[in-house]
Design a protein around this ligand. Structure first.
Ligand SMILES: [Zn+2]
Length: 113
């Protein structure tokens, strides 16, 4: 939790064997991304590769952005979505029931005449 700064330096240059060789062949740069949980991840990119605006945090899966002080919002909208879907579903059910009742009333009227 509070070890973010300690972790920061320890992994630099400590990649698996062969990484250094590839690094020499194609120069790479490390770019820092921060997620809403303040996890810093530093993927490396080829020098000529475009840097994406968002990166998935490997620790929590949240989207991470380039600005540590303004990380992208955590995807916490699922309960809201579910609620909205529920409301929509209910509303359409009520609409459906009203339409059905109307139709039935019309059928009954016709039958009665
Ligand atoms: Zn994270």
């Amino acid at each position: 939790m509070a070890g973010g700064n300690a972790i920061r330096g320890s992994r630099v240059g400590a990649g698996p064997m062969g990484e250094a060789e590839r690094g020499e062949a194609a120069p790479r740069k490390r770019v820092s991304f921060w997620c809403a949980n303040k996890h810093e991840t530093r993927p490396s990119f080829a020098d000529d590769a475009p840097i994406p605006d968002l990166w998935d945090c490997p620790r929590c899966g949240f989207p991470a952005g380039r600005q540590s002080e303004a990380p992208p919002n955590a995807p916490r909208n699922e309960p809201y979505k579910t609620h909205l879907a529920y409301v929509k579903e209910r509303r359409s059910d009520e609409d459906g029931a009203a339409i059905l009742a109307e139709a039935l009333a019309r059928v009954r009227q016709r039958r009665g005449e």
